[in-house]
Design a protein around this ligand. Structure first.
Ligand code: NDP
Ligand code: 8X3
Length: 249
């Protein structure tokens, strides 16, 4: 099995790669940071193949996928994991560069990798696109604005692709984690502010990257006639909040 994992230089992506490698798969792992990619490659061994590119830059994605050697080109499972949140500012004061960055990685990245790897899957009559969405795609929260929006895109894109792919044998799943620690997610969201990042997980037992890797591996290893459309996973210490009401008196 050949598994293509975007965002394998940290967090969920590294663990997803590790999980499939343990199961005997060959993994192509990606990320922008070449140094991190080399470290992960060293740690995970010779069945891990790192390629560095920015998922939000179409020409880079095209070049990277076109450069796959023949023995790695027939990808069975694409895990669109690269992405994340940048900022938690309310809409009126949010930074448009942050919004652009989230659209680039979470929307364009998913679009480009999917579109370029899908024709081969359809031709081979097998394959699985596993997108990492988020509870944020279904449950909005203050400051979530564009991050919630891009993850809602991931859910709807996944479900709509299922309709396009009916009869092809190719599966699509949206995996939607809730609060998960042990990754760089909050450091990136808060631009390196370790205090703010740590506060997100304080006193709660969050999901771990291993939990998400297990979930991704589980959906990928169901029998070929079973498609998990959407799977939402939260830590037991998290629940859905009440709707907010602004009261003037
Ligand atoms: P991390 O920040 O730890 O990892 C993100 C990965 O994505 C890194 O490998 C990073 O690599 C890569 N990446 C980000 N932007 C780009 C880009 N433009 N081009 C290429 N690679 C990129 O985050 P997590 O592991 O926590 O998150 C993984 C996914 O899970 C994301 O889509 C996130 O939105 C989602 N998620 C996370 C949750 C959480 O609470 N942690 C919960 C729900 C969903 P590099 O910087 O080297 O490019
Ligand atoms: C990450 C979970 O709640 O921080 O997607 O948006 S949340």
């Amino acid at each position: 099995m050949i598994v293509f994992v975007t965002g394998a230089t940290a967090g969920f992506g590294t663990e997803i790669a590790r999980k499939f490698l343990k199961d005997g798969a060959t993994v192509i792992g990606t990320g922008r940071r070449k140094d991190r990619l080399s470290k992960v490659a060293q740690e995970l061994g010779p069945s891990f193949h790192g390629i560095s590119f920015d998922v939000g830059k179409r020409s880079e994605v095209e070049a990277a996928i076109a450069s796959l050697p023949a023995e790695l080109a027939a990808v069975d499972v694409l895990v669109n994991n690269a992405g994340g949140a940048v900022g938690l500012d309310p809409g009126p004061s949010a930074d448009l560069d942050d919004w652009d960055a989230m659209v680039d990685s979470n929307v364009k990245g998913v679009m480009y990798c999917t579109r370029l790897l899908l024709p081969g899957m359809v031709e081979r009559k097998r394959g699985h696109i596993i997108n990492i969405g988020s509870t944020a795609g279904e449950w909005p929260y203050p400051g979530g604005n564009v991050y919630c929006g891009v993850k809602a895109f991931v859910r709807q894109f996944s479900l709509s692709l299922r309709s396009d792919l009916l009869g092809t044998g190719v599966r699509v799943t949206d995996v939607e984690p809730g609060l998960a620690g042990g990754t760089e997610f909050s450091q990136v969201r808060f631009k390196g502010d370790e205090k703010k990042a740590a506060a997100v997980y304080k006193g709660a037992r969050a999901l771990t990257p291993e939990d998400i890797a297990d979930t991704v591996h589980w959906v990928a290893t169901r029998p070929a006639h079973v498609n998990v459309n959407v799977i939402q996973v939260m830590p037991t210490d998290q629940a859905l909040g009440p709707l907010a009401v602004h009261r003037t008196s």
